[in-house]
Design a protein around this ligand. Structure first.
Ligand code: BT5
Length: 236
């Protein structure tokens, strides 16, 4: 089978944001092209939040060209990260909608952006050997911190590209199977959570991740579907 993700890899020493770089070249490169940078000077999360991207981490964006910008692409990234971590002996889970956590702390964040009918950018930040800034230490972790020794960044990247390629195919052909795996790896299900959507704070129990990627919550006996968007989720 011909490879999609990683068909071409553009390696940069420094860039503002690999997502921005990827958007700028999306029209000129084949689907599956990856942009990876040693460090980002303006790494971004959602809603303009910043993403700490010093040297030693894996900061990359994959240019994909599915028919529409599907938020479930974030799960392609999350599952590939979970599998990559498992390859290095680290057990991780998905925190809906776009994080991967290890032992109660965030090790990876995913950012999907794009233009309908043109391209989708799957941005992935994974803390590998990089230091975690002091202000994030309580909530963030890196692979080196977990394992206790430095990891070969290139092998981590190659594993991640392989898993991304696999999960992207599942997404295209059997999105139901992708979502079944997401459900299995989502550790918040059955737990009390607070979802922050704009000015609204919604407290309840996370029940399920539905096939369209939304979160089903039980709010005092009422069921409510939270669509994937710029929502944040906190555990009690
Ligand atoms: C995310 O946003 O988690 C998506 C992060 C995506 C980063 C990748 S790196 C390659 C590509 N290029 C980019 O410019 N971005 C993508 P969000 O859910 O909004 O979470 C952001 C929050 O995570 C911040 O407000 C911090 O609290 C926390 N954070 C920042 N840097 C972190 C890090 N290195 N590790 C763990 N948590 C971090």
């Amino acid at each position: 089978m011909k490879r999609i993700v990683g068909v071409k890899v553009i390696q940069l020493d420094e860039v503002g944001s690999t997502n921005e770089y990827a958007k700028a070249i999306a029209h000129e490169v084949p689907e599956g092209t990856v942009v990876v940078a040693k460090r980002q000077t303006a790494g971004r999360g959602r809603k303009g939040r910043s993403w700490a991207s010093p040297e030693g981490g894996l900061w990359m964006s994959v240019i994909l060209k599915p028919p529409r910008v599907d938020p479930r692409l974030a799960f392609v990234g999350a599952l590939a990260v979970v599998d990559t971590l498992a390859d290095f002996g680290i057990s991780a889970g998905i925190k809906w909608p776009n994080d991967v956590w290890v032992g109660g702390r965030k090790i990876s964040g995913i950012l999907v952006e794009g233009k309908a009918g043109e391209y989708s950018i799957l941005g992935i930040g994974l803390n590998v050997n990089n230091p975690i800034p002091n202000e994030l230490r309580k909530n963030a972790i890196s692979m080196i911190e977990f394992i206790g020794s430095k990891l070969p960044l290139e092998s981590v990247m190659n594993r991640l590209l392989m898993h991304l390629d696999g999960w992207y195919r599942v997404f295209l052909e059997r999105p139901d199977l992708l979502m079944a795996k997401v459900r299995e790896k989502t550790f918040i299900l059955g737990k009390p959570v607070i979802v922050i959507e704009g000015d609204e704070r919604i407290s309840g129990i996370a029940l399920d991740v539905l096939d369209d990627g939304s979160l089903l919550m039980d709010i005092g006996g009422q069921l409510r579907r939270i669509t994937y968007g710029d929502v944040s989720l906190r555990l009690f």
